[in-house]
Design a protein around this ligand. Structure first.
Ligand code: HEC
Length: 163
């Protein structure tokens, strides 16, 4: 009877074999493909995924009470103040511009530092720096660095007593 239909399956044994084959052959092919794909790309994909999540996955605990390296006036100037004082943006007295600074230097170190800490005109308080990053002492060093670039003769401020 089954011959009349031209079927490939001619016995219960063949049927069982076909059922198994139709289940396992695709499975094996899929597994082989997965191994193949993973082998080729594993390191690249992992490396780039790691690079992507690194800023989030990496916890950088900062000990707030740990002693911190104090920045020099030049370092503070470059990271914070130069944004305005290098170009004279927003009417800031320029680095090294004696004419722009001469009248301001008359305020003396304390007067100038107060202007920076509180902010003045277009200059935000502390030049916009976070007090957790830059202390008054470091701001003072930057004031000296900036003022002395333009004819000031301010002495380097005294380092705060370490606790
Ligand atoms: C956003 C721009 C900006 C940044 C950043 C900035 N300043 Fe200024 N600064 C100014 C401007 C504008 C003035 C002029 C303010 C005025 O007289 O109205 C000024 C003025 C000053 C003066 C003179 C103050 C006075 O009383 O005449 C000092 C000193 C000074 N800045 C130091 C600094 C230091 C140190 C930093 C970095 C910690 C800094 N500034 C960051 C814009 C800036």
């Amino acid at each position: 009877m089954s011959e009349a239909h031209g079927s490939l399956i001619k016995s219960p044994k063949q049927l069982i074999i076909m059922v198994f084959a139709s289940f396992f052959v695709p499975l094996i092919i899929i597994l082989l493909l997965m191994v193949f794909v993973n082998n080729g790309k594993r390191t690249d994909a992992e490396a780039s995924a790691e690079a992507l999540i690194k800023p989030v996955a990496q916890l950088n605990f900062k000990d707030a009470s740990a002693p911190r390296e104090l920045q020099t006036g030049e370092q503070v100037y470059k990271t914070v103040c130069a944004a305005c004082h290098a170009s004279g943006a927003a009417g800031a007295p320029k680095f090294g511009d004696a004419a722009a600074w001469s009248a301001r230097l008359g305020k003396g170190y304390d007067g100038l530092l107060t202007s920076v800490i509180k902010g003045k005109g277009a200059m935000p308080a502390r030049g916009g720096a976070n007090p957790a990053d830059i202390s008054d002492y470091e701001l003072g060093r930057a004031v000296v660095y900036l003022a002395n670039s333009a004819g000031g003769k301010l002495p380097e401020p005294k380092a705060p007593a370490t606790k």
